[in-house]
Design a protein around this ligand. Sequence first.
Ligand code: FAD
Length: 373
Amino acid sequence: MKANFSSSSFARAMAPPHTKVAIIGSGPAAHTAAIYLSRAELKPVLYEGMLAGGTAAGGQLTTTTDVENYPGFPQGIGGPELMDQMRAQSERFGTEIITETISRVDLKSRPFRLWREYEDAESDEPAHTADAVIIATGANARRLHLPGEAEYWQNGVSACAVCDGAVPIFRQKPLVVIGGGDSAAEEAMFLTKYGSHVTVLVRRDKLRASKAMAKRLLANPKVTVKFNTVAVEIQGENKPRGLMTHLKVKNVVTNAEEVMDANGLFYAVGHDPATALFKGQVDRDEDGYIVTKPGTSYTSLPGVFAAGDVQDKRYRQAITSAGSGCIAALEAEKYLAELEDDGELELEKDKQVKKGDLQNGTNVPEYRSNPLL
Ligand code: FAD
């Protein structure tokens, strides 16, 4: 961890430290943005959070064991280890990482102003000011906090079928999905590739999924949908790192309970994007996700960029988050270059040099024109 800033009155009496670009968050999106920006010598400051929203610095992957679908690790890699490596890579190029949660932002003034949790929330003086901000605060998969959930989390219980469905403990085993929306239907159908059978538990007497999706789900011979049914208790092996083996469920109409064979339980009951902090300042959609211009990290505010799960409710993967972190870094860099008085001139000069080089027959690769790469 790099040096923090004192909250003493002496420190507050001075102007807050200023950075060209502040990154809020610490998952793959935040660290990818930090790697690109620090390599471009823009000296980003990254607030990684102190158990922000209940998740450790490093984000959602710190809550999982093996990550098998992140390229470059043919044998898989532990989630916390992958995030440690990303953090080390951010630091290697000079990112200043601050282990604090940002609790308040003012994105209406220029430069932008950021306050830290506890120390600065009530102070008028922000902890940092920044010319550009990248929001990469992620999202949290909702959990049901059922009895047995903590014991069997990642040992049968998961909140991500795409991430975990292929692991050996689920192969040719009975699996259960909880949820009645499109995500639950998609996850259940995805899991039919791996499990022997998939049961979908729906609390109400009908699916919320779109008609087409519901039709496909109900027609799938490897899927049973149990309506009016909720999970009551997760059961399994009674030993350290024991695996889930059964699920007790209850019919909410008859109150009848039964214990089903189940080696996997997948929650598909929604995600909560960590965006309360930005309410009223940056446009969010009806589910609270930051709205970005498709294919970019541009938010409703110039100079404020969003990357990762905080703006993506469809893919929600480490690799897509990392990709969007890269996009945010490139777009923030362009924005900062344009802010500088002679920034556009510099860019024009760069283009001219490139054109001249090409006319002289010098082979200048396209990507070299981008100062971040
Ligand atoms: P997140 O990982 O969500 O991290 C954001 C972090 O920012 C927060 O956790 C917090 O530490 C910090 N933060 C939040 N608010 C603040 C604040 N105000 N101030 C400072 N810091 C803050 N994906 C895969 O590709 N493969 C997998 O195998 C896989 N397995 C998964 C297993 C589980 C159990 C879960 C829950 C998810 C899994 N995913 C997997 C999905 C993947 O973890 C996410 O898509 C990815 O982590 C999203 O990255 P992100 O950068 O958007 O932010």
